[in-house]
Structure formats: structure tokens, C-alpha cells
Ligand binder design. Structure first.
Ligand code: BGC
Length: 467
């Protein structure tokens, strides 16, 4: 097989046609419905217990932390009302070994210590704080919730793998670590980053219909009417039933098609899954999320190398290390105006000298990988729109792939147009991806505030027996 033939084959495998978009979207709608049914399905469709929409008039001072990727973020948010807010925040890189340790204490004590120091930096001495500070905990992993302040981790995703957390409620684990340091903080709400994004964006833009993350992982949240969620029938407290309130649903749709009925998975996607800490899970996420895009490129290059089509007679050991290329590689390669950047990148990172043919090949592969990710990404959006009969609105989007991968947004809009056939000027597309407000900080603060208010008013924040 020649290099041209190999590339043509890869191109065919990575290209998502309009017919495929439609087939995947239709199956996606079925899976969203199945996930919300009493028996459940692949997509967890987690009721978040975030009830009702923010009004934009919420006020107060709240702490928020965000755990979901490579950094821990701690935020102090002041909600000012009228859809306005201000905040100060700090980022702390999570040391690599803590992401795969064998006890939760190491990670949660690390969080608590940084939180403690942050509070001191903001408020001065701890004993000057009169009443415990309410904290919204953005935990961006699939956590099953029977109330707003609980979250039992279903499975780690995005390469995290710490023993002793799956199957446990992460809120008391965090609260215990906080209590050890006697920091006056109450964890009042557990939030997914998509739910936070949804709420933060709705606080300042009433046209928001969903909150989406295209980052290290992928996921989406939207509002459904609590009474219409089949798996909650009989479990909702009376006040929620009577008021028929909207509730945010954290879909966890990275798990879409784990049964592998429609996704056009390639041998590279299958290898990524097989070698991951949780094979058989997050099939959709493993094809499109930032954690995996560089790995797809690396595996394609290794495959071509094994067929003696590229990097001939070169020692490629550094490239053979799993995850040797993060998503910034395909992203920077596609973005490079001067393609000699690709030569330098391969030489500096992997000590590989590339030819001009290889340079163009690598660039074209990055376009294919990025385009596939963007096109597949919108199937989740289109499915939520179809399920909720949304024909217009803003999809509040955040995450490193959305913010930094070149052309992601325009490719996503093109694919949405392929599905919905608006065929007008792209700026007039009725459904638009919009850059989101800070979901994990501001969103968590608004949710903490909404929760406090509900509790003050004696309203429910969880299933019948857990009020
Ligand atoms: C997690 C979700 C999260 C998404 C984006 C996924 O791996 O399961 O909870 O919303 O990543 O951060």
C-alpha cells in the first residue's frame, strides 16, 4: 500500500457524512430517552436537583471549586444581581500521581489545603469568618445524585483512576478533608461543569438552551420538566410535583453508544478504548474529546510507520510513549500559518526529521481529526434539540477544544446545518454555539445560592426521603 492509498483510506474512515450525522443523531435521541427511562440505558441522564431557572437577580458571596481536568480551580464569586458578577480565582495544577493514586485522601486533602490557603488569602484570618462559607463543588465526572448535595461517583473518566472513590459519595469525602483543617466551609451543592455552564449562561442570557463542555471530556446539560422525567416518577417530593418545576439534567452523554450500534469507530478508537483504564466506557467521548485527539493522531502515525510509509529509518521511540501528543499538537499543527513549525515540533518533541510530504500529511490528518470531532460533537446538540423540540436558542459552550481547536465552531455550525438544513447565512442559524459564562465558578455559585434559597423557603432539593 502506498502512502496516498493509506491516507485515502484514513480519510474515508474519519469523514462523517450528512447521512451518518442523521443516523447518529436519531439514535442519540433514542438513547437520551432510554437514559431517562425507569430502566435506564448507556447515557446516565442524571437529574441534578438544580431546580428552576436563575433569575439573574441572585446576590451574595460564594466559594466554588472545580475539579475536572488537569487543574484544580478555586473561585470566590460575588453575585451582584442584574446578571452581573465579579470573582477572583486561583489555579493549582494537580500533580500527575494524584490522578491515579490508591487512596482518595491524597487528592481531597490537596484540594482542602489549597482551599484553606485561598480562603486565608481572601478573608485574612480564618477566625474572623463569622458563619461557614457556602461552597459549590464542581465535580466533572459522572456522579449520581439523589439530592443537590450528594454525588456518588459512577466511574472515573478522562484518565483519572483513584481507588476508593467509585461507588462513594464525594461530598462527605471533601467535607471531611475540609474539616480536618477546620476551615469554615459548608459544601452545599455538587455540580457538574455542564450544569454550571447551563446555569451561569442562563443567568445572563435567557436564550440559553443547553450547557456544553468540549474539553478534556465532553458532555451536555439541559432543562427538562421534573414531572416528565420517567425515572423520577414516584420519587419527587410533593412541592416539586405540584409546581412542575424545570430541573437541569446532566446527560453524561460521553457514554453515548457504548453498545456500539452507530458510531463509526476506527481501529485507532478501538485501541484507545482497549488501552484505557475503563475499556467499554465513554465510546463517544473517546472519539471527540480533547483528552484523546492527540492520541488518535499518534496512533495513525505509528500505524503508517509500522507499514514503512513514513519516518523511514528513523528512531521513533519518543513517539511510541502513550499520550506523547496532547491535543495541543493537532491543534497547533492545524493552526500553523508557516508549516515549517511542524518540522520544528517533531524535531524538538520526538527527535524526528520529517519530509515535506510527511509535513503535509500530518497537517491534513489534523484537519481530518478536528473535523470529525466537531461534526460528531453536534450530534449530541441536535439530539437534545429534537428531544426538547428546540428550534432556536443558544448552546453555551466551553472547554479547551471549543476555545482553542482551530475552526471547531464553524465546523460544528456546518454540521448542524447539514442536520437541520437551514441553508441560510451561518450568522442567522437559529441554533448557535455561544461562548459560555464561567460555569464551574459562577455557575457553581449561582447554584449554591439557589440551593440556599430553596432550603430557607423549606423547598425540596432531593428525592422524597432525602429532603
Ligand atoms: C465527564 C463529565 C464532564 C465532561 C466534561 C466527562 O468525562 O464524565 O462529567 O461533564 O467530561 O468535563
Amino acid at each position: 500500500m502506498s502512502l496516498e492509498e493509506a491516507f485515502e483510506e484514513t480519510k474515508k474512515e474519519l469523514t462523517i457524512t450528512t447521512d451518518q450525522l442523521n443516523e447518529i443523531t436519531n439514535h442519540f435521541v433514542d438513547e437520551l430517552n432510554k437514559g431517562a427511562s425507569v430502566n435506564g440505558g448507556n447515557i446516565p441522564m442524571i437529574p441534578s436537583w438544580v431546580l428552576n431557572y436563575p433569575t439573574g437577580n441572585e446576590t451574595g458571596e460564594y466559594l466554588a471549586i472545580d475539579l475536572g481536568g488537569t487543574n484544580l480551580r478555586v473561585v470566590l464569586v460575588t453575585l451582584l444581581g442584574e446578571g452581573k458578577f465579579k470573582f477572583s480565582s486561583e489555579k493549582y495544577p494537580i500533580p500527575e500521581p494524584m490522578r491515579t493514586g490508591n487512596s482518595p485522601d491524597e487528592l481531597f486533602d490537596f484540594i482542602a489545603l489549597n482551599l484553606h490557603n485561598f480562603v486565608i488569602s481572601q478573608f485574612g484570618e480564618i477566625n474572623k469568618i463569622e458563619k461557614p462559607l457556602p461552597l459549590g463543588f464542581t465535580f466533572s465526572y459522572p456522579a449520581l445524585q439523589t439530592a443537590i448535595n450528594t454525588g456518588v461517583l459512577k466511574t472515573w473518566t478522562k484518565g483519572f483512576d483513584i481507588d476508593g472513590v467509585e461507588g462513594n459519595d464525594v461530598v462527605p469525602i471533601l467535607q471531611n478533608s475540609i474539616n480536618k483543617l477546620k476551615t469554615p466551609i459548608n459544601v452545599v451543592a455538587l455540580i457538574n461543569d455542564t450544569t454550571g455552564t447551563l446555569v451561569a449562561s442562563k443567568y445572563s442570557d435567557s436564550k440559553t438552551i443547553m450547557g456544553l463542555i468540549f474539553g478534556t471530556g465532553v458532555n451536555g446539560a439541559y432543562y427538562d420538566m421534573a414531572n416528565e422525567i420517567p425515572k423520577l416518577h414516584g420519587k419527587l417530593p410533593d412541592d416539586i410535583v405540584e409546581n412542575n418545576e424545570p430541573m437541569a439534567i446532566n446527560c453524561e452523554y460521553g457514554a453515548f453508544d457504548n453498545e456500539w450500534k452507530v458510531l463509526p469507530r476506527t481501529k485507532y478508537d478501538i485501541q484507545i478504548d482497549n488501552e484505557s483504564p475503563r475499556p467499554g466506557e465513554q465510546f463517544y467521548e473517546k472519539m471527540i474529546a480533547g483528552y484523546y485527539l492527540g492520541e488518535v493522531l499518534r496512533l495513525i502515525l505509528l500505524d503508517y510507520y509500522s507499514k514503512n510509509l513514513i519516518f523511514k529509518d528513523q528512531d521513533i521511540k519518543p513517539l511510541q510513549a502513550p499520550f506523547a501528543m496532547d491535543t495541543s499538537y493537532p491543534s497547533r499543527i492545524e493552526e500553523a500559518k508557516d508549516k515549517s513549525f511542524i518540522d520544528e515540533l517533531f524535531l524538538e518533541s520526538f527527535n524526528i526529521k520529517i519530509t515535506s510530504i510527511e509535513r503535509n500529511l500530518i497537517h491534513d490528518l489534523c484537519i481530518l481529526i478536528g473535523t470529525r470531532a466537531a461534526r460528531l460533537s453536534v450530534c449530541g446538540i441536535a439530539a437534545i434539540c429534537k428531544k426538547r423540540n428546540y428550534t432556536s436558542g443558544h448552546c453555551a459552550s466551553d472547554g479547551s477544544v471549543f476555545n482553542r481547536y482551530p475552526n471547531f465552531k464553524s465546523r460544528a455550525h456546518n454540521a448542524l446545518n447539514d442536520i437541520f438544513q437551514w441553508n441560510c447565512d451561518p450568522k442567522d442559524y437559529p441554533i448557535q454555539l455561544i461562548h459560555a459564562e464561567d460555569g464551574s465558578g459562577v455557575g457553581a455559585a449561582i447554584i449554591a445560592c439557589l440551593t440556599e434559597k430553596r432550603l430557607e423557603q423549606g423547598k425540596s432539593v432531593g428525592i422524597k426521603s432525602k429532603i
